[in-house]
Design a protein around this ligand. Structure first.
Ligand SMILES: O=c1ccn([C@@H]2O[C@H](COP(=O)(O)O)[C@@H](O)[C@H]2O)c(=O)[nH]1
Length: 276
């Protein structure tokens, strides 16, 4: 999927919502524990309940890997289920990979060849040769950590060099020279509010993956105000706020209601900017 196709999906669905599939076996309704694959059973209901309201799904690998083979199998089944039943969805493997070149090649092979996922998040700390192996797959995306949503983003990402350029700015300025904006996005946390203005000075045309609304308290309105561009340019993720909106057997209905609430706000924001 390229940038224009992603934008077309956003306009058609009036939504730039990404539903985060961060499934903790300790938090899913207990009746599902009788299923052969409780995590997949949970995901199937979440996906079927939300697919018309979002344009992307983001399973975070940590939640699957924590369960060993069973978790990885649930992850693969979930990806295949989405691809077969909702082929217009953009799938993000939130794995935050990145290593020396030959190792990154294996990570890329796993997500882009074995699973044919649309994109993977990558930590850029190890530099160009750690990111490039992900960029040789036509139509696939690398999502580079830019300015993260957590408190610890303050520890390194705001450190400025002698010219005043902050680390997150340097990361985004340099890494975008490795790929086109049809292959690379950046992660920018919803909790960063007004700083989206600074991000847009460096990356005016890139899509941004924006985690941090919902459970982390980031403001969708601020993200749109400071971060939206002429192709929307935003995939805003909510994980816990949607998947655990209700912990009973009605969790699918509640996930849908929560997604609908966010989608309606997104529709209004897209309308305000005359993008739909
Ligand atoms: O800066 C970042 C980068 C990644 N994440 C991930 O996004 C989701 C957020 O989940 P919520 O439950 O909606 O808070 C999760 O997978 C994080 O690992 C992030 O939050 N911030």
């Amino acid at each position: 999927m390229n940038k224009q196709q992603l934008f077309e999906n956003i306009k058609r669905k009036k939504s730039f919502l990404c539903v985060g599939l961060d499934i903790d076996i300790k938090k899913i309704p207990t009746h599902l524990l009788n299923e052969e694959d409780p995590i997949f059973a949970f995901n199937k209901i979440i996906v079927d309940s939300t697919a018309d309201l979002c344009v992307a799904y983001k399973p975070n690998l940590a939640f699957y890997e924590s369960l060993g083979i069973q978790g990885w199998s649930a992850f693969e089944k979930t990806v295949r289920y989405i691809k077969e039943n909702y082929p217009d969805q953009f799938i993000i493997a939130d794995a935050k990979r990145g290593d020396i070149g030959n190792t990154s090649e294996m990570y890329a092979r796993s997500f882009f060849e074995h699973l044919d996922i649309d994109s993977v998040t990558v930590a850029p700390y190890m530099g160009e040769d750690s990111v490039k192996p992900f960029l040789v797959y036509p139509g696939k995306w690398v999502i580079v950590l830019g300015l993260t949503s957590n408190k610890g983003s303050q520890d390194f990402q705001f450190t400025a060099d002698a010219s005043g350029e902050r680390l997150f700015e340097k990361v985004m300025r340099i890494s975008q020279t490795w790929a086109t904006d049809d292959q690379m996005m950046f992660v920018v946390g919803a909790t960063q509010g007004k700083l989206f203005t600074d991000v847009r000075k460096i990356a005016p045309d890139h899509f941004l993956l924006v985690p941090g609304v919902g459970a982390q308290g980031g403001s969708l309105q601020d993200v749109a105000k400071y971060g939206m561009n002429k192709q929307c340019g935003l995939l805003v993720n909510s994980s816990r706020g949607i998947i655990y909106a209700d912990k009973s057997e009605n969790f699918g209905i509640a996930a849908r209601a929560e997604s609908k609430k966010i989608q309606e706000q997104m529709e209004a924001l897209l309308q305000e900017r005359s993008l739909i």
